[in-house]
Design a protein around this ligand. Structure first.
Ligand SMILES: C[S@@+](CC[C@H](N)C(=O)[O-])C[C@H]1O[C@@H](n2cnc3c(N)ncnc32)[C@H](O)[C@@H]1O
Length: 369
C-alpha cells in the first residue's frame, strides 16, 4: 500500500533571525521533504523591503464589507507597493486531515504545534484573524480557509499551496479591486500593490476569486467559499448596467482564451498589408482595454497581449506618443501584478527602437514600387 505523505510543522526560513524580528519567519505545515527543497532554492531567502513608515492601516471596514479592512494612509499610484510580508503560515491547499475523531485529534495536534512554534505574538496574530466558518470546522482550519491566499506550487509538492498573512489577509474582496496580491518565492513573501490610483483614506480591495464572470456566478462562489454576499460596486449595479457589466466580463474572459492562441503572425499580417485599415488592430485592442478598465477586471492573461499589440501596432504606424503612453501603462500594471516592469519602461523610453517601427510605411513603399 502506498505510504501516506507525512505532514510536519516547521519554521521557514531557519530560526536564526527570529530573535531579532518575529515577522521574518513562517510556520510551514508541509509534507516531509518540502522544507529542504525550499531551502535549496538559489538565494533563498532573499531579503525584502516594505514601505516604512507603513502606507496602510487596518481599521473597521464599514458597510460594504464586514469586520476589519485595509486602508491607504497616503495617495498611491498604479504599481506602488503597499505592503510586503512573510506569511504567518503556509500549507498545502489539500491537507490530508483524517475525518472523525482522528481528525479532531489531528487538528488539536497541529494547533498545539503551531502555538508552540509560532510564539505568542504570531499565534495571537493568527487567532485574531477572521473565521467565516464559525464553529463548523476546527478553528485553525476555519482561519486558514477564510484568510489564505495562493502561493502556487512550492518545491517538493505538486499541488497548490496557501499562505495566511497578518496584514494582507485583512484585505477585503471587491469585484472591482484597486489592488493586487502576488507571491514571491525567493523572498518567501506576499506583496500587495496598487492596481489603480488609491486616494489616502480609501479602502484597499483585492479579488478573492476570478471576477471575469457574471454577477450571479461570482456571488454564488463568494457565498460558497467565504460565506458573504458581495455588495461591491459591480455587484450593486441594477437593470441594464448590471446586464452590460455581465456581458463585458463574459466577453473579456472569452477573449482571454481566444488571445492565448494568437501570435505576432496576425499583427505582422496586418502591418504588411496596406489594403487593411490602419486602425484595424488598435481599435479592437483599445476596445478590450477600455472594457477591462471599465470593469476593473484586469485579466492578467489578456492584458499583456493587448499592450503588446498596441505597442507593436502603433510602432508600425509610427505613432511615438501612443507607444510611449501604452508602454508606460503596461509597465505600471506589470509592476502591480509581478513586482517587475517586464521591460516595458525600456519600450517607453525608446519607441522607435522597435523592430515594428514604420512597418506600414515600408509595406506601402513596396506595394507602390
Ligand atoms: C480574508 S478576510 C478579510 C478581512 C476581514 N474583513 C477581517 O475582519 O479580518 C475575509 C472575510 O472578510 C469578509 N469580507 C471580505 N470581503 C467582503 C465583502 N466584499 N463583503 C462582505 N464581507 C467581506 C467576509 O466575512 C470574508 O469571509
Amino acid at each position: 500500500m502506498a505510504q501516506k505523505p507525512q505532514l510536519i510543522t516547521t519554521k521557514i526560513p531557519p530560526a536564526a533571525p527570529v530573535t531579532q524580528n518575529q515577522d521574518l519567519y513562517t510556520l510551514g505545515l508541509l509534507f516531509y521533504g518540502m522544507k529542504e527543497k525550499i531551502l535549496a532554492i538559489p538565494g533563498f531567502p532573499s531579503s525584502f523591503t516594505t514601505p516604512a513608515p507603513p502606507v496602510h492601516r487596518i481599521q473597521a471596514a464599514g458597510a460594504r464589507a464586514g469586520g476589519l479592512g485595509m486602508f491607504a494612509t497616503v495617495d498611491l499610484d498604479v504599481g506602488d507597493l503597499i505592503v510586503c510580508e512573510r506569511p504567518i503560515v503556509v500549507a498545502p491547499q489539500r491537507l490530508p486531515f483524517p475525518e472523525g475523531p482522528d481528525g479532531k485529534a489531528a487538528h488539536d495536534m497541529y494547533e498545539m504545534a503551531m502555538i508552540f512554534q509560532l510564539g505568542p505574538e504570531r499565534t495571537d496574530a493568527y487567532f485574531a484573524l477572521s473565521n467565516c466558518f464559525g464553529k463548523s470546522v476546527p478553528e485553525v482550519y476555519g482561519i486558514m480557509n477564510t484568510n489564505a491566499l495562493p502561493v502556487g506550487a512550492l518545491p517538493g509538492h505538486d499541488g497548490a499551496c496557501l499562505a495566511v498573512f497578518k496584514e494582507i489577509s485583512r484585505v477585503n474582496h471587491s469585484c472591482r479591486p484597486n489592488a493586487v496580491y502576488s507571491w514571491h518565492l525567493t523572498s518567501f513573501t506576499g506583496q500587495l500593490r496598487a492596481l489603480q490610483p488609491i486616494k489616502k483614506g480609501k479602502q484597499i480591495f483585492i479579488t478573492y476569486l476570478g471576477i471575469d464572470q457574471p454577477r450571479a456566478n461570482r456571488q454564488r462562489a463568494m457565498l460558497d467559499k467565504f460565506k458573504f454576499k458581495c455588495k461591491c460596486g459591480a455587484c450593486s449595479l441594477s437593470g441594464q448596467y448590471a446586464r452590460f457589466s455581465d456581458l463585458r466580463r463574459t466577453l473579456i474572459l472569452a477573449q482571454a482564451y481566444a488571445d492565448l492562441t494568437r501570435t505576432d503572425a496576425d499583427v505582422l499580417a496586418w502591418a504588411t498589408n496596406p489594403t487593411l485599415p490602419d486602425r484595424m488592430l488598435v481599435d479592437a485592442a483599445e476596445l478590450w482595454l477600455n472594457w477591462m478598465i471599465g470593469e476593473r477586471s484586469m485579466n492578467d492573461v489578456l492584458l499583456p497581449v493587448i499592450f503588446s499589440r498596441l505597442c507593436k501596432a502603433y510602432a508600425a504606424l509610427e505613432d511615438e506618443e501612443a507607444v510611449r503612453k501604452y508602454a508606460k501603462q503596461a509597465a505600471a500594471l506589470e509592476t502591480a501584478f509581478t513586482g517587475d516592469d517586464g521591460g516595458w519602461h525600456a519600450v517607453a523610453a525608446a519607441p522607435r527602437n522597435n523592430i515594428w517601427w514604420g512597418l506600414r510605411r515600408k509595406a506601402r513603399q513596396i506595394v507602390d514600387q
